[in-house]
Structure formats: structure tokens, C-alpha cells
Design a protein around this ligand. Sequence first.
Ligand SMILES: C[S@@+](CC[C@H](N)C(=O)[O-])C[C@H]1O[C@@H](n2cnc3c(N)ncnc32)[C@H](O)[C@@H]1O
Length: 236
Amino acid sequence: MRIKPVPEKLKPENLNRATIAYYNLRQVHGDMPHRIPRGPSPDLPDEQARMIRESREAMRGRRVLEVASGTGSASREIAVTAVSVTGVEIASNMLSIAKESDNPSNVSYLAGDAFDLESIASGERFDGGFASGFMHTCPSSRYLEFLDGFHGRLEKGSTVFMRSSRPTSPDAVSRLFRVEGHADQFMTRQLSDGSEYVMVENDPTEDELRRIFEPLSKNLMVHIGNYWWWIRYELP
Ligand SMILES: C[S@@+](CC[C@H](N)C(=O)[O-])C[C@H]1O[C@@H](n2cnc3c(N)ncnc32)[C@H](O)[C@@H]1O
């Protein structure tokens, strides 16, 4: 993997801005991930089906607070077993698409920042936490800030399920880079209008996930697949 010097683009505020701009514009251009060729991946459908099954099982019967709900595709998946799902999303175009989609009546979406959940749906009580495709773009320096605020909105004994894609396709691997002295891994992403975005693209190992989540949780389950990783745990 290439080692590059720390450019302006890697300052936390610029990474955050690039992440929001990328997801907003990706919708405008319709550059969805499934358009990117990944090569032969015959085991992908089975892994995805298992991840969805385990997400639904974890959120069964729960009033779920979901962060980074995007267009709501994962929200609708877990709504099959959850009592309710409240998705929080920062990119306005993603949020509009989610709201305009065909949603079941137990799903709702709110504009908000995963790092600032205190006043989101204040007064509502949640006993399930869900994040699909958020942690891999979260700078590691902000993990504890995020988890502190997220867990703070969940009741004691809540179940949390988090999942993220892994940059394992040849295309993804070719766009990854690290910077000396920096804990995160980065990726350059491109949209079809030629615009480029540098974003965090972490791909944690099981040991790293255990180091982050074990001190904060009970009954931590970690699964590292070929295309996604996912974890499930309970709040003490
Ligand atoms: C990979 S997409 C995942 C969308 C959806 N959860 C799914 O699984 O299909 C990541 C989403 O996280 C959102 N996001 C990134 N940072 C966020 C933040 N600080 N607060 C809320 N949403 C955020 C992005 O705008 C984008 O919609």
C-alpha cells in the first residue's frame, strides 16, 4: 500500500465535509456502489443474507435508534422485526430519498449528526441501536465520542448491531492509502462527474473491534466476513 504525506484533505473537518458532500452527490449522479465492478464474488449473496438475518434477529421487538440511515435500505430491512426504527441522517439528499421511499409505518427519518444525538427525538426511548455503513467512515479518534453519545441515547440492556462493508474488491484496494503517523486508513472515491473525495475507510480486525467495544459492552459477538464485518452486543 502507498504511504502519502498528510495533506490538507485529511484534516478531520475536511474529511467530515467530504463524506457529506460525497453521499449527497452520489445520489444526484446515481453512482451507487453496485455500479462499481467488484469481480467474481459467488459467496456475496449468502454473506449478505446472513448479515440481514442477524441484523433482523438483533433488532427484533426493539425500538431502534439508527445512525447514518442513508436512503433507508437497511432501516426497511430491520423494520420487518423491530417495533420501530428512527433513522438519523446528515446528508440531505440521502434523507429526501429515504423519506420519499416506500416505507413501512414503523420507520421514520430525521435530519441529524451521529456525533450529536442528544437533542434528536428527545423524549423518545430506544432499546435498540443500529448503524449500517457508518463505522468504516468514522475517524478512529472519534469512536469514543460517537459511542458515548449513541449509547447515552439507549436504555440499559439495549442491543446494538453495527455493520460495515469491507474494502476488499480490487477496485477498492487500489484506492486505499495510509499516511505515516495516522491511525486511520483512507480511500479516494470518485463520482462520475470526475469529482474526487478523500474519506476515512477503516477496515478493523476482530482484535481492534474487541479492543474498542469490549470495555463498553456485554456479550460482544464479532463477525468478519469477506465483504462486510458486523458486531452485536448489549449495553450493561
Ligand atoms: C454507506 S452509507 C450507509 C447508508 C445506510 N445506512 C445503508 O446501510 O445503506 C453512509 C451514510 O452515513 C451518512 N453519514 C456520514 N456521517 C454521518 C454523520 N456524522 N451523521 C449522520 N449520518 C452520517 C452518510 O451521509 C451516508 O448516508
